[in-house]
Structure formats: structure tokens, C-alpha cells
Write a protein that binds this ligand. Structure first.
Ligand code: ZN
Ligand code: ZN
Length: 327
């Protein structure tokens, strides 16, 4: 694995053809990656992503199941940034801690969530991440509208006085769609849009969206079929639009359409399937987005396998590609 090889995958190849033996293929998606783990060292997470053949990645900046987190060591940050530059790993997304619920009615959970999210913002800016991915929380005990307001006010409180860092490339908070189990907010795209609008009024934060394919299917968007994907694309266009969709979490789903249960499956082994992912990765509205896997590692090597599968699905033989690319 060397830096140039990795760069090749990342080149904007949308319309350029690459000779591959006797056949010509077109690579649509420019940025394909995976969630890796810091396991004691930030740098290791970047090196692991490069070693697997990713050119974008996601991490947790601290333990995802603990409230407390330490600020990362400056020397570690330096090595991490160097590794990202060397292997052209961008964008970097940080997924926030699982405990954070900015929409909670419980005062203790809410206060802890605001404090923890402030820590997430600060670490993400220090580390140099482009995106900080956050679920809109759980509104148990209140209406959806009250939950959305509570969430946006929580964002405001957490972000008070926060400098997003380098103004040319500020940190963007991405609201992720959810599967919609229980009282979780964000399974309807209109909810995500309302949160973004409120957040823009209440804070200086840059706010965009992350769409998770498994969560979409579980929430009732039939991204597995050609007709269903087209209907989903229209729904996205009419609600949140595509400009602010910065990241796609590419996960197959163990549970069927509309199950409202969030269980990630290996690419091709779930209810979306290989053909479904090929259509998603090569769709004109989606193919320039960054795709990041959050698939399970049941066996050693599952991470590499899922990444290789995703990369191969983003590539079409020229004849097939020219059909797909017609408007
Ligand atoms: Zn996700
Ligand atoms: Zn999920």
C-alpha cells in the first residue's frame, strides 16, 4: 500500500475512463471509507484506514460509551494530521458518543449531554475533522415538536462561544437520519430539516446532513429497489435537498423495509443487497458524496471485504455506465 495507490481511488473519476485490461470502467464515487478505531492512538486509526484502502474515514474521538473524555495529546494530533495528509484521507468524520441526547427531558441527562457535546465540538476542531455526526436524540416524554426545540436549544447551549476553527474549512455538524425506533427523532427528513433551520437561527454552527442507508430502509424508504430509490431521491430533494447532504453512511440492513429497527449488515448480505448498493453508489445525485461504512466486524477481515465490495460497486463497465449516466 502506498500513498499514490490510495490517491488513485480518490481522484475525481466521475467521467474519466481508466483502462483495465481490455475493458474500460468508470469509477463514480470519489471518496469511500470506513469507521476505524483509535485504540490508544489517533494515528493508528488513520493508518488503519489507509491500510484498508480507504480514502475517507470516521472515528470516535473518545470512548463512545463514557461521559468523560480527555483532550487528545498534541503530539498525537500532529502525527494523525500527518498520516491523513500522506494518504490523502478526507473528509474525516467524527461520530459523537452514544450517550448524548440533547432532546432529553431528564435534566441530568440533558446537562451531561450538553457538556459532552461541547467536548465533542472542541475535540473535533482540535483534531481537524471536517464533520461531526450526531443523532437528533430521543424525545421520550414530550411531543416531536418539543423534542426538536429541546434539541436545537441544547445545540445552542453547547455551542455558546465555540469557535469552529479554521474559517475557510469550518467544522460542520451533520444531523444523521435515524431508523425511528421508539421516540427517536430524525427518521422523517422533515424533522431533520426543521432542526437544521432552528439550529441556524439559534447558533453559528455550520449544520448539514448525514444519510445512513440502513436507517433509511428501516424508516420506510425503499432504497433497495430502483423505483424505491427514485422515490427516496425525490423525497430528499423536496425536504432537505442534496447540497447539505455531506456524507452517506453505507450500511446494509439486517431488518426489512419499515422495521424501525437499526441493525447494520455486511454490504450485500442484508435487505438492500448488492444491486441496491450499486444503484445508490452510481446514482447521479449521490455518486459524488463521501461514503463511509459502519458495518459489523464478525470475522477478521470483514472490514476490508466490505470496503472492497463497496469500491467494486462504485465502478461500472463503460457500456452499462453510459446507460446509467443518461439524464
Ligand atoms: Zn450511521
Ligand atoms: Zn445505525
Amino acid at each position: 500500500m502506498n500513498a499514490n495507490q490510495n490517491k488513485f481511488i480518490g481522484v475525481h473519476l466521475c467521467l474519466s475512463a481508466a483502462r483495465n485490461g481490455f475493458s474500460i470502467t468508470i469509477v463514480f464515487s470519489t471518496r469511500i471509507g470506513i469507521h476505524t478505531f483509535i485504540a490508544g492512538s489517533l494515528e493508528k486509526a488513520a493508518l488503519r484506514a489507509a491500510e484498508l484502502g480507504a480514502n475517507t474515514f470516521q472515528i470516535f474521538s473518545a470512548s463512545p460509551r463514557m461521559w468523560r473524555a480527555r483532550a487528545p495529546d498534541p503530539e498525537q494530533i500532529r502525527l494523525f494530521r500527518k498520516a491523513r495528509e500522506r494518504f490523502d484521507l478526507r473528509p474525516l468524520a467524527i461520530h459523537v458518543n452514544y450517550l448524548i441526547n440533547l432532546a432529553s427531558v431528564d435534566e441530568t441527562v440533558r446537562a451531561k449531554s450538553i457538556l459532552a457535546f461541547r467536548g465533542e465540538l472542541e475535540r473535533a476542531a482540535l483534531i481537524g475533522a471536517e464533520y461531526l455526526v450526531l443523532h437528533p436524540g430521543n424525545c421520550k416524554g414530550q411531543s416531536v415538536e418539543e423534542g426538536i426545540t429541546a434539541f436545537a436549544l441544547g445545540l445552542k447551549e453547547a455551542a455558546a462561544g465555540f469557535e469552529a476553527g479554521n474559517r475557510k474549512k469550518p467544522l460542520t455538524v451533520l444531523l444523521e437520519n435515524t431508523a425511528g425506533s421508539g421516540c427517536s427523532l430524525g427518521s422523517r427528513l422533515e424533522e431533520l430539516q426543521s432542526i437544521r433551520e432552528l439550529a441556524r437561527d439559534l447558533t453559528d454552527l455550520a449544520v448539514g446532513f448525514c444519510l445512513d442507508t440502513c436507517h433509511l430502509l428501516a424508516a420506510g424508504f425503499d432504497v433497495a429497489t430502483q423505483a424505491g430509490l427514485e422515490t427516496t431521491i425525490r423525497s430528499i430533494e423536496e425536504s432537505i435537498g442534496f447540497t447539505q447532504v455531506r456524507l452517506i453512511h453505507a450500511n446494509d440492513s439486517k431488518t426489512p423495509l419499515g422495521s424501525r429497527v437499526d441493525r447494520h449488515a455486511h454490504i450485500g448480505a442484508g435487505h438492500i443487497g448488492l444491486a441496491g448498493f450499486r444503484r445508490i453508489l452510481t446514482h447521479p445525485k449521490l455518486r459524488r458524496k463521501a461514503f463511509i461504512l459502519e458495518t459489523p466486524i464478525d470475522q477478521p477481515g470483514d472490514d476490508r471485504k466490505n470496503l472492497d465490495t463497496l469500491k467494486s460497486l462504485a465502478t461500472l463497465p463503460l457500456t452499462k455506465a453510459s446507460r446509467v449516466m443518461k439524464p
